[in-house]
Design a binder for this molecule. Structure first.
Ligand code: PHB
Length: 396
């Protein structure tokens, strides 16, 4: 009832404005008002650093556009989602209902993303995913207003098995956190590795964000596989790398992973990380003018080295800037805005990329090895890899 009255009185005001010749100035005012950007990211917990890197990269891209979007000033609203799936819907609703954001940027954790996805689908608010790889977001639950600038969880690991088999590593133990991102990273690994002829001898897991690895490392030692492959990220990844070495496994059983394992953690992990081989859509050492310029500018500004999360945040800023520029600041012009987001090319530090029809990056996956606190690119493990987008029916 309240909503209906509100709508009626608003349209009545518009009719009044139109008949008194005030409609144009009103619309012009709406256009010149600030664009409201909601950042829903983890600022505490094991993914805290990831949230900060995403925000840094995002702001850097917007600063490069003069700090405006389509000529309009930007107002930021922030929520710490704590990587807590139980609060996902509530936190996203706060940004949409209370803060009335025009665009919601978030998040890192796949479980929390499912809360954002629900709110995005219910409200129709533009949702840009700067990390979380939850398959459903660009598969069965895809939506016209949801765009991802990062990856699907299976994308990096799909390309991991082949280089392992090329090294003769035929029996592997898989280990991860038990939640959507770990399960889906496993799907990619299993498909690529078994197709290349490998055997997964055991799947090990622990609940997110638990970091008590000792018992599992002891089990790995007794299983004696040819290799270990894993998905971990953030603070937990740094600890896993250190514990793996401390358990005496480094140098005995080679460690492979989804590339997040060695992102943003190389200072914290130290020499224990040397020699870890991973696959990911970015590598520090990509020798392109674009990547070199980005790394220099980021390090100068934030006094830390950028990682894949910084790149994803940066690309999210580029995507938003290019989309809003295409509609000249009229972010309410959804068909034109979505079309622009669907067709634009992102000139990313990772290499140029575009959206798949389901709104996920089509991108190269690099094979990397850690050397002296850097992810060195060894080769391209998969060229222009697209997620299949299975089950996506884009309505409207
Ligand atoms: C996820 O939960 O989707 C996730 C989290 C951290 C990563 C990658 C994926 O580094």
């Amino acid at each position: 009832m309240t909503t209906r009255r509100l709508v009626l009185s608003r349209s009545a005001a518009l009719v009044g404005a139109a008949s008194s010749g005030l409609l144009l100035p009103q619309i012009a005012r709406a256009q010149s008002s600030k664009i409201r950007v909601g950042l829903m990211l983890p600022y505490t917990g094991t993914f805290a650093q990831l949230g900060v890197a995403i925000e840094n990269g995002f702001r850097m891209a917007l600063d490069e556009q003069g700090g405006k979007l389509g000529g309009r000033e930007i107002e930021f609203f922030k929520v710490d989602d704590e990587s807590n799936p139980a609060k996902g819907v509530e936190n996203a609703s706060t940004l949409v209902q209370r803060d009335k954001v025009d665009v919601l940027v978030g998040t890192v954790h796949s479980g929390v993303q499912m809360g954002i996805q629900k709110v995005a689908r219910d409200s129709g608010v533009l949702s840009l995913i700067p990390n979380a790889g939850a398959h459903a977001a660009t598969r069965a639950l895809c939506a016209p207003n949801v765009f991802r600038t990062s990856f699907t969880n299976a994308q990096p690991t799909l390309a991991l098995g082949k280089p392992m088999m090329d090294k003769g590593l035929k029996k592997t133990v898989w280990i991860t956190w038990k939640y959507a991102a770990g399960d889906e990273a496993f799907e990619g690994f299993r498909d690529g590795y078994t197709k290349a002829g490998g055997t997964i001898v055991k799947e090990l897991s622990l609940p997110f964000p638990n970091v008590e690895f000792q018992a599992l490392l002891t089990e790995i030692a007794s299983l004696k596989p040819d290799a270990v492959a894993c998905f971990f990220a953030g603070g937990g990844a740094a600890k896993f790398i250190r514990d793996y070495a401390a358990a005496g496994l480094k140098g005995k059983i080679p460690l492979y992973g989804s590339g997040f394992l060695t992102e943003g953690v190389l200072e914290a992990a130290g020499p224990a990380a040397d020699g870890i081989v991973t696959t990911l859509h970015y590598s520090d050492s990509l020798d392109t003018p674009r990547n070199r310029a980005f790394r220099l500018a980021y390090a100068k500004h934030f006094k830390v080295q950028p990682d894949v999360y910084a790149v994803q945040g940066y690309d999210t800023g580029l995507l938003l800037a290019q989309g809003v520029a295409a509609v000249k600041g009229d972010i309410g012009n959804k068909p034109a805005l979505y079309k622009a987001l669907e067709t634009t090319t992102i000139d990313s530090p990772r290499g140029k990329w575009k959206m798949s029809p389901q709104h996920n990056p089509v991108q190269d996956i690099y094979l990397r090895v850690v050397e002296n606190k850097e992810n060195k690119v060894v080769g391209v493990a998969a060229k222009a890899l697209a997620d299949p987008g299975t089950g996506c029916r884009m309505a409207g």
